[in-house]
Design a protein around this ligand. Structure first.
Ligand code: PHE
Length: 314
């Protein structure tokens, strides 16, 4: 080995490294010159064979060459790494000015909006919300509400039977029984939910929503019922809406009433909606029948209460 050998390695390396076109070929040259079996490494390893007095000079030239090649390779590597990143960024450029996908808004179903509005009125009067099952036993849907088996009053509600003793609830009134069984008065409860009846025409669907309400305590009277329902009607239909009670019948209330409001469409003068009567029926109501109190273990001498049930859609 001569000094010239080393310098020609340096020149060759210099030429080769500067000619590289990508990171891969630079890394191949790193192995060729500086790797374990690299050309320069071999020179360093063979220093021992150089005569002692020449060794410092050889060592210096080889080390300088090694440092030179090392820094040149590093420089090239950095250059290609940077341009690779740049290419990657160019290729995967995100155009932040492209308009996003349009996601249509959802809206609350009209029935849910009305239901929420009605429930809010009763919450403001101190009622609390309770719920019951839609698949209900005959006992809660009928029996405990004073509809005896085979009584013609059951025909008022066309019932979907699941089995002989299990029905799709025809009204939300069973929630009255379930809540009273588990709680002592005073009670102020609102119970919204789906109910099912086996009929369908322009104004009826087999499934619809009802809101049940009831209040039980000592000394609750029909005037409490009238007051609460009037507040409700005025809040939902307008402060000047007239409200009237008509005698009616439900097995679980006594006395029972049907409640009408002045037709909000024609203002009471008569139209198609109110069938020219000027009034629209909005709910059934009454004083809870003492028989129902007996069924849930309340003392009917001590407690009285009112209940009402209204359809949300109609
Ligand atoms: N449950 C009755 C119906 O669905 C309405 C009602 C509820 C009547 C509470 C009186 C008291 O027709």
């Amino acid at each position: 080995m001569t000094i010239e050998d080393v310098l020609s390695i340096k020149n060759l390396a210099d030429e080769e490294i500067k000619k590289t076109g990508d990171l891969k070929s630079v890394q191949a040259l790193r192995i060729k010159y500086l790797g374990k079996k690299g050309v320069l490494t071999a020179k360093i390893n063979s220093l021992g064979a150089i005569p002692k007095e020449d060794r410092p000079e050889y060592g210096r030239v080889i080390n300088e060459t090694k440092d030179y090649v090392e820094s040149l390779i590093k420089q090239q590597e950095e250059f290609f790494k940077a341009s690779e990143l740049e290419n990657l960024l160019k290729a995967n450029r995100i155009d932040v000015t492209v308009p996003g996908f349009f996601i249509p808004h959802g809206y609350q179903h009209p029935t849910s909006r009305v239901l929420d509005e009605i429930v809010d009125v009763f919450l403001s009067l101190g009622f609390r919300i309770e719920e019951g099952p839609e698949v209900e036993s005959d006992y809660y849907n009928f029996e405990a509400l004073n509809f005896p088996k085979d009584h013609p009053a059951r025909d008022m509600q066309d019932t979907f039977y699941v089995t002989d003793d299990v029905v799709l609830r025809t009204h939300t009134s069973p929630v009255q029984v379930r809540v009273m069984e588990k709680n002592k008065p005073p009670l102020r409860v609102i119970a919204p939910g789906k109910v099912y009846r086996c009929d369908a025409d322009v104004s009826h669907t087999p499934m619809f929503q009802q809101i049940e309400g009831f209040m039980v305590d000592e000394h609750i009277s029909m005037s409490d019922l009238k007051g609460v329902l009037e507040i409700f009607a005025h809040a939902v239909f307008g402060a000047s809406t007239p409200v009237r009670f008509r005698p009616s019948f439900f097995p679980f209330t006594e006395p029972s009433a049907e409640v009408d409001i002045g037709c909000v469409i024609c203002g009471g003068t008569g139209c198609r909606v109110c069938k020219n009567s000027g009034w629209v029926e909005i709910l059934g109501a009454g004083m809870i029948n003492p028989r129902v109190f007996e069924m849930v273990g309340y003392d009917p001498e001590l407690y009285t209460g009112f209940a009402f049930g209204m359809g949300v859609e109609s």
